[in-house]
Ligand binder design. Structure first.
Ligand SMILES: Cc1cc2nc3c(=O)[nH]c(=O)nc-3n(C[C@H](O)[C@H](O)[C@H](O)COP(=O)(O)OP(=O)(O)OC[C@H]3O[C@@H](n4cnc5c(N)ncnc54)[C@H](O)[C@@H]3O)c2cc1C
Length: 358
C-alpha cells in the first residue's frame, strides 16, 4: 500500500508529489491525460510560489526559464499609448512549470502514471482505494484530489462546489505564433467599448498566449475559437497588416467561474488546487494558490504519516482545512474584485491587466 495517491498532475499535484517524495513519503501520481500537455494557461509565478519551489530545489530552474522583466505594452483603439514594466512575478507557460516539476519528481524516483482516470473511491478505516477506469485498484493511506475544476474526486465524495458560473464564456484563449511581432512586450490592445486582445510571449518558444474578447456572429452568438477567428480579432485590434498568426497549439474558451468546495477533506481524502476552488484569472492567483495548497497539504501529510495514530495525527491532518478553507474564500472574493478592477481599467487609455496584479 502506498502512503499517498495523488490524482492529477497539474501544478498542484506535481508540487505536492515533489514535496512528499523529498521527505521520503511513498507517493504515486496518476493523470487521465495520455501524456504531458503544452498549454500556456497559468503563466505567472508569484514570489510565494517561488519560495515553495525553492524548497523543492527548482526555483533556479524556473528563474532561468522564465521572464522576470516583462513590459506590458498598452494600445487603445489601435494606438500605442504606454509601456508598464512589471517585475513582481515570473512569466512562463504552465506546461513549462509542469515540465520542470516532472523532471524534479523523476530525480526523486517518481513518474506520473498517465492514462489513468480515477472513476471510483472507496474509504475504509485504515486505507482508501481508488479505482481507475482500466487497470487494478490503487490502495493508499491517503488520497489527494488535485484533479482540477471538474474534479472527479470532489464529485465522487459528494462535496458541494458552491458559487456561480456565468452562462456565457467571456474570452477565447490560445497559443499561437505571430512572426514579426516583438517578443519584448505583453501586447494589450483595448477599445473604448471594453473589448480586448492580449498576446503574451511564452519564453524560450515562438509562441504567444492569446486572450481575446469573443468574436460574435451576425446574430450576436459567440464564434468558437479558430485560427481564422483569432486573425480577424487581431486585425481588428492591432491594425498591424502583415502579421499572420500561425501554429495554434492550444485553443479554448474561458468563462467566469467563482466556486469553492464546501469541505477540503472527507476522511482520508483531501482536495487541493482548482479541485478546491475556481476563480477569475485576473491577478493570476489560481495556479499560485494551488501551489500553496500543495505545500500546506504536503506538510500536514508528512507530519501525520510519522506521528503516532490518535489525536495528534488527527490534529495535524485537520490543520490543512483549517488553514486553506478560509484562504479559498479570500481568493474568490479577492479575484472577483481584481476582475472588476481590470474590466474598469481597460476602458481607460494606458491602463491594462496590471490593475489586477496589484
Ligand atoms: C488563460 C488562463 C490563464 C491563467 N493564468 C493564470 C496565472 O497567470 N496565474 C495563476 O496562478 N493561474 C492562472 N490560471 C489558472 C491555472 O491554470 C489553474 O489554476 C491551474 O491549472 C490549476 O492547477 P491544478 O493542478 O489545481 O489543476 P489542473 O491544472 O486543472 O490539473 C488537473 C489535472 O488532473 C487531471 N485529472 C482530472 N480528472 C482526473 C481523473 N478523474 N483521474 C486522473 N486525472 C484527472 C487532469 O488531466 C489534469 O492534468 C490561468 C488559467 C487560464 C485558463
Amino acid at each position: 500500500m502506498t502512503d499517498v495517491l495523488i490524482v492529477g498532475s497539474g501544478p498542484t499535484g506535481l508540487t505536492l508529489a515533489c514535496g512528499l517524495a523529498l521527505h521520503g513519503v511513498d507517493v504515486r501520481i496518476v493523470d487521465q491525460r495520455p501524456g504531458p500537455h503544452r498549454e500556456s494557461r497559468g503563466k505567472s509565478l508569484s514570489s510565494s510560489s517561488l519560495r515553495v519551489l525553492e524548497q523543492l530545489g527548482v526555483a533556479a530552474r524556473m528563474t532561468a526559464l522564465g521572464n522576470a522583466d516583462l513590459v506590458f505594452r498598452k494600445y487603445f483603439d489601435g494606438a500605442h499609448i504606454s509601456d508598464t514594466p512589471f517585475t513582481d512575478v515570473l512569466f512562463m507557460g504552465q506546461w513549462q512549470i509542469e515540465e520542470v516539476l516532472r523532471e524534479r519528481l523523476a530525480e526523486l524516483g517518481v513518474r506520473v502514471e498517465y492514462g489513468t482516470r480515477i472513476t471510483g473511491i472507496h474509504q475504509e478505516a485504515d486505507a482508501v482505494t481508488a479505482q481507475p477506469a482500466a487497470g487494478p485498484a490503487i490502495r493508499s493511506r491517503y488520497l489527494a484530489g488535485c484533479d482540477g475544476g471538474g474534479s472527479a474526486t470532489r464529485k465522487l465524495l459528494g462535496i458541494p462546489f458552491e458559487g456561480s458560473t456565468e452562462e456565457r464564456s467571456m474570452m477565447v484563449l490560445g497559443d499561437v505564433s505571430a512572426p514579426g511581432l516583438s517578443r519584448e512586450f505583453w501586447h494589450q490592445w483595448f477599445t473604448s467599448d471594453g473589448a480586448a486582445m492580449l498576446l503574451c510571449p511564452i519564453p524560450g518558444t515562438d509562441s504567444f498566449q492569446l486572450q481575446a474578447s469573443r468574436e460574435l456572429d451576425a446574430d450576436g452568438e459567440p464564434l468558437p475559437p479558430s485560427l481564422e477567428s483569432f486573425q480577424r480579432l487581431f486585425d481588428r485590434h492591432a491594425r498591424m497588416p502583415g502579421i499572420e498568426l500561425a501554429d495554434p497549439t492550444w485553443m479554448s474558451t474561458w468563462r467566469v467561474n467563482v466556486r469553492m468546495a464546501a469541505r477540503l477533506r472527507e476522511g482520508r481524502v483531501f482536495l487541493a488546487g482548482d479541485a478546491a476552488h475556481v476563480q477569475p484569472i485576473a491577478g493570476g492567483r489560481g495556479m499560485n494558490t494551488g501551489i500553496t495548497d500543495a505545500a500546506v497539504l504536503g506538510r500536514a501529510l508528512t507530519s501525520a504519516l510519522s506521528a503516532p495514530s490518535g489525536p495528534t495525527r488527527e490534529e495535524l491532518l485537520a490543520r490543512y482545512e483549517t488553514e486553506r478553507l478560509p484562504a479559498a474564500a479570500e481568493l474568490l472574493a479577492d479575484t472577483t474584485q481584481r476582475l472588476e478592477r481590470v474590466l474598469a481599467a481597460v476602458r481607460e487609455p494606458g491602463r491594462g491587466t496590471e490593475a489586477g496584479l496589484r
